[in-house]
Design a protein around this ligand. Structure first.
Ligand SMILES: Nc1ncnc2c1ncn2[C@@H]1O[C@@H](CSCCNC[C@@H]2Cc3ccc([N+](=O)[O-])cc3CN2)[C@@H](O)[C@H]1O
Length: 286
């Protein structure tokens, strides 16, 4: 019996590895500029619409970073993609921020904004995002230039990452030995995992980047089976529901603090994916 169980487990592991390798192939056509246009322009990023998705996400992150229990020195953003919105509140709390992504094209997109001054240095104008988060913080929108300077000052490095590895970051990544004080990850894990087991395993891998007592802030898609990563680039996603997200967070060793859910109104369904909702999880590593 043991020999048969061992053989079955090996077969399951081989299938999982095939799924992860297939996912790598899917990402070769990822187009940061197109992806930003699909998801980070109106209507999904309309700061004048009460039901727009991006203001909801920024609100969740603002509350999490200002309610008093999330703090420390080092924050890692897991799977940054070509976006910066996910660290606009965090940059006021942490003095050392690591951005990370699997693809060089995305790391390059982030570098261009961080190293450039003014417009024309990145595929998307992040000014409205900076202004919106300043308003959430009770500041004048014109303080966006100070926030941009603050963000540029705290980003310590832009690192390659692979959440399917037990050690997702390079060995020389300058992360504190005890781990980061906080992890943020937005729309990454479910979009790079071929199945629920891989999603849960990836949560466990990134848990190793976090110190005991540190927090995980996780945003992701509900009900999504694919998204367009560029013209003609259809990328599979493991569809998740709320119960699966909560179970995976707990099974991978976190204490779930809070789950918030946004359900997409028809006006936010723009044909670039089949996402039905967005979740926000605040969790803690015991
Ligand atoms: N092995 C890996 N480890 C870490 N990161 C990896 C790995 N492989 C690829 N990556 C990296 O992960 C990727 C992150 S972008 C993933 C996009 N997620 C789906 C997309 C996003 C989105 C945005 C907004 C809204 N909305 O409703 O407003 C909905 C949706 C749903 N569709 C990409 O950067 C890739 O480069």
């Amino acid at each position: 019996m043991d020999r048969e169980v061992k053989k079955l487990k090996e077969e399951i592991e081989r299938e999982r590895e095939k799924g992860v390798a297939a996912m790598v192939a899917c990402y070769q056509g990822f187009d940061p500029a197109a992806y930003l246009q699909y998801n980070y322009m109106p209507p999904r990023a309309d700061f004048d619409r009460q039901d727009s998705i991006v203001p909801w996400k920024l609100g969740c992150l603002h509350r999490a970073f200002t309610e008093g229990d999330v703090g420390g020195e080092v924050l890692v953003d897991v799977g940054s993609g070509p976006t910066l919105y996910q660290v606009l509140s965090a940059c006021e709390v942490f003095d050392t921020v690591f951005l990370t992504d699997f693809l060089e094209v995305n790391r390059q997109e982030l570098r261009r904004w961080l190293q450039g001054e003014g417009k024309g240095y990145s595929s998307l104008d992040w000014t409205p995002y900076l202004q919106h988060v300043c308003k959430l913080e009770g500041r004048s929108p014109s303080a966006w230039t100070e926030k941009a300077a603050r963000l540029r000052s705290v980003v310590s490095d832009i690192l390659p990452i692979d959440v399917h590895l037990p050690r997702p970051l390079p060995l020389d990544s300058q992360l504190p030995t005890a781990g980061a004080d906080c992890l943020v990850s937005c729309f990454c894990l479910e979009s790079v995992s071929p199945d629920l087991a891989s999603f849960t395993r990836a949560l466990g891998h990134i848990r190793g980047l976090l110190r005991p007592g540190g927090h995980l802030l996780l945003i992701g898609a509900l009900g999504e089976s694919y998204y367009m990563g560029g013209p003609g680039v259809r990328i599979p996603v493991v569809p998740l529901d709320e119960a699966q997200v909560c179970a995976s967070v707990r099974a991978s060793g976190y204490t779930l603090v809070r789950l918030e859910v946004y359900t997409l109104p028809q006006g936010m369904k723009v044909g670039v994916d089949d996402v039905t909702g967005v979740f926000f999880v605040k969790a803690r590593k015991p």
